[in-house]
Design a protein around this ligand. Structure first.
Ligand code: AMP
Length: 284
């Protein structure tokens, strides 16, 4: 079956008004396209949870810094639409930047505390862009449930908080990280990696795995868990660490001493010019 393509917020909203009036449950998966199996896992769960499944593809300029990869972010609309059709997507919402941010645009949403650490510290303004675009997408699609990957763990926490704080009435669901057979977290940005960089990129998941193994063997000291991951990471040359931190899984507050509540170990690192992220939940 063909996927219907919708290009403007007004047209999207008119469709979702109709579905809502007919009592349909709308499931929504926002993406930046260049779909891989991680995205497909979200679509599959969306198909199970909604009568109508909407996918959005929008490379959102307001979440990229001036020196980031906006202009060369990988795109493949035709490939994405075939994957979407196979996953049972009803509508692909593919707005352009001009309809999302018309001249004079100046309204933004900020999730004040959760946006600060980790990726927020290295990418100033990133989560302001993410929260704003997702709120705009929610207003157009009017979903009952929206599905996000835990790959972008901080993003999931930011959006869960936003939905709660602004009474959006959207259930925000987080799903597990989908990995390649060798452990690399799937990401559209993996397309940037040369063969050599692709091998080095395994340092991230290996570092997290070593911390997880240590945690499962009973290690509960936050500093020693971070050291364990850092040592594993440094076994691979050519990987430049941006951050490696253990934080409270919900508030993202810094953790010191003994891990007594669910925690997340989050990592960001440059492999060549490509910045990759990954994370691992550690739950006592
Ligand atoms: P993106 O297109 O990178 O903005 O991602 C769109 C959605 O897919 C976000 O909710 C991501 O967290 C999710 N996602 C990306 N990679 C993965 C992955 N490897 N496993 C699960 N979800 C993912």
């Amino acid at each position: 079956m063909n996927v219907e393509i919708v290009k403007t917020p007004a047209a999207m909203r008119a469709l979702s008004d109709g579905w809502r009036a007919a009592g349909k449950r709308i499931a929504f998966v926002p993406t930046m396209g260049y779909l891989h199996e991680g995205h497909v896992s979200l679509l599959d769960e969306g198909r199970r949870r909604g009568d109508i499944l909407v996918l959005s593809i929008f490379v959102n300029p307001t979440q990229f810094g001036p020196k980031e990869d906006l202009s060369r972010y990988p795109r493949d609309l035709d490939g994405d639409l075939s994957k979407a059709a196979r996953a049972g997507v009803d509508v692909a919402y593919v707005p352009d930047a001009a309809s999302m941010y018309p001249a004079g645009y100046q309204t933004f949403v900020e999730v004040e505390e959760l946006q600060k650490p980790l990726c927020g510290a290295s990418r100033p303004g990133h989560f302001r862009g993410v929260a704003t675009v997702v709120l705009k997408l929610f207003h157009a699609v009017q979903p009952h449930v929206a599905l996000f990957g835990r790959k972008d763990y901080q993003q999931l926490q930011v959006l869960t908080r936003m939905a709660r704080d602004l009474d959006l009435g959207v259930e925000v669901v987080g799903l597990p990280i989908v990995r390649e057979a060798d452990g690399l977290a799937m990401s559209s940005r993996n397309a940037y990696l040369s063969d050599d960089e692709r091998l080095r990129a395994l340092a991230l998941s290996r570092a997290l795995l070593s911390a997880r193994v240590s945690f499962e063997q009973g290690e509960r000291d936050a500093g020693r868990l971070v050291d364990c991951a850092r040592q594993t990471l440094h076994l691979t040359p050519g990987v430049r660490l941006d951050y490696l931190e253990l934080r409270d899984a919900e508030s993202l507050a810094e953790l010191h001493g003994r891990v007594a509540r669910p925690a997340v170990m989050a990592i960001a690192a440059f492999v060549g010019p490509t910045r990759l992220i990954d994370n691992q939940l550690l739950a006592p």
